[in-house]
Design a protein around this ligand. Sequence first.
Ligand code: F6P
Length: 545
Amino acid sequence: MSDTVAAAWRAVEREGERLRTLSLRTLFARAPERFASFSFGHEDLLVDLSKEKVDRPALDALLALAEAAELPAWREALFTGRRVNATEDRAALHMALRGGTDPDVAVGGSAVLPEVEEVRERFLAFARDVRSGRYGACGGGPFTDVLHIGIGGSHLGPEMAVRALRPDHDGPRVHFVSNVDGSDLADASARLDPARTLVLVASKTFTTLETMTNARSARRWLEGAVAGRAAAHMAAISSNVEAAADFGIEGDRVFGFRDWVGGRYSLWSAVGLPVAIAVGPDRFRALLAGAAAMDRHFRGAPLERNLPVLMGLMSVWRRNVMGWPSVALIPYDQRLGRFPAYVQQLAMESNGKRVARDGTPAARPTAPVVWGEPGTNAQHSFFQLLHQGTDVVPVEFIIAAEARNAVGGDHHRLLVANCLAQGQALAFGRTGEEAQRAPTASGAAGPDADRLAPHRSFPGDRPSTTVAHRRLDARTLGRLIALYEHRVFVESVLWGVNPFDQWGVELGKALAERLQPALAGAPLPAGTDSSTAGLVVHLRRSAAG
Ligand code: F6P
């Protein structure tokens, strides 16, 4: 770490020392206009950081750290196709898939956009044909259902986006299977007619155990209905187009993408095909356009008004300065129900790293645990711990100003009020004295109110960020996803790690492959530990009844 970076970290830590002793109540009392100073916008998107435990000097120190860590240079390296993924010797150019780079961006001397546009036109034309029935079931008639098979980055993005854009669905029904647990495929296919179902197999590598196992089983399931013609009911999305062809899928239904698209950054490629089939090519293009607008903002806006930069700095502040190891992502939007799982992979697979880019131990803790569920449901499950538990868990709320459903009534007003109220309760809490004064549900007063006061008081001083937007449509979803993608990149620069590899997933895969024969009765691999050996024997006996 250079002396400049080390000095910038020390300055940030000094701000942390000072702010640790100041509560959010105090910060608001000292600067009642905090909202005006700490909320930042892009189009209708607002990121409110006023309930984070920062003030102007702290934010300035964080911005100086971003400069010292050469964030602007790293950002430019990313956008210009430099091999920022050094351990795999690759660029990370997912922005090119959505028009978020310069038109002449190149990798290894070759311009990338001509191929991107060619594949995009091809898979969007295919989506159009499936939707219209022009490409239909081999026994005649349009496909009524699409079954998408993929896992991790080849699953979470499309599943999340299809659910988020439900009001825009006007294509065939879309279903998802990811787990190698056969129950996933069994339950999804039980509701479907194979003679009217199109199966999409999405896998960047086209070797992933779960996806290939499900793809083979799905092909058998199709064969039962359309003997000898199952391949006509299948399409593939992969950067390994040879393997997809070897699987038996015709080349005109194989949609490729390059190795410079990471799995968890691949929604914008043909991996988004189920989204395009569900909501149509125009809305898919709107999703891309939204993400490209966020790319332009991230690349061009000054750091002090740059949403992904500011949110990335907040991550570093919470994780490294305040020492909070987890963050709850709570969209107050039922249709964003899978957004926390999507961001979880994005953030934890990208920055869950223990060594820096050069292989030396990371100087500081890296990615926090990201988890969450939609509100208001979450309020009735784990919010108790967020308010009164012994650990501080920063919360990120996402809320739309406008509903996208025809239910009407009070629903959306209540949803918004609950979201804002949770941020208030977390930040300002309720003192023992206030708790004594506040009526209990049973109307307890006097000694009973005294006895209950410690239980009914809230420490407060628990930070949150609120991300507000006008309404959840395709363009806004694109902006939201790209906001989180770039925020993860900002974090990686400040932590000095490579966010585009994922070596940590390999060992478990290799061990599973070695153990699998033993579960079928073969001897255990030499050197198997007694715990695993005992479990194998127990499960084998248990399965045999
Ligand atoms: O095991 C992790 C992982 O490699 C992810 O990074 C990836 O998104 C997922 O598996 C699926 O990989 P593929 O798209 O190659 O099937």
